[in-house]
Design a protein around this ligand. Structure first.
Ligand code: 5GP
Ligand code: ZN
Length: 106
């Protein structure tokens, strides 16, 4: 956890372009965008990946999706993709749950 990049962004130890923040989540711009608009919705709780979520985390994951929806509205996206990469073979590089918000093609 100490060397987790997203925990460092959450603790403001490294900078990020934050769009919105609540008690449980932070949403910031991806440093290397894969779409014209690319943000990451990040849980403040350090859970490495979807593989590690427990029953007690279900509501939190639901809220994360809702938070991503509200960010997409704020960004004026008419349509978008929400993506969880899960595990190395699923393309996950940062081991801290995050939901990619991708859009802006139109
Ligand atoms: P993953 O492949 O783990 O699902 O996605 C990690 C994402 O985090 C990548 O799209 C990558 O560009 C982004 N990323 C990695 N390091 C940083 C960083 O220090 N700051 C920001 N804003 N994004 C990062
Ligand atoms: Zn972390």
């Amino acid at each position: 956890m100490d060397d987790c990049v997203f925990c460092k962004i959450i603790k403001k130890e490294i900078p990020a372009e934050i769009l919105q923040e609540t008690e449980d989540f932070v949403i910031f711009k991806d440093i290397k965008p894969s779409a014209p608009v690319h943000y990451l919705a990040v849980l403040k709780k350090h859970i490495p990946s979807i593989k590690e979520i427990e029953h007690e985390d279900e509501a939190l994951i639901g809220h994360l999706i809702h938070e991503a929806k509200s960010a997409a509205e704020k960004l004026g996206l008419s349509g978008y993709k929400l993506v969880f990469n899960v595990g190395r073979d699923g393309g996950q590089i940062i081991d801290h749950i995050h939901l990619h918000i991708l859009g802006g093609w139109n």
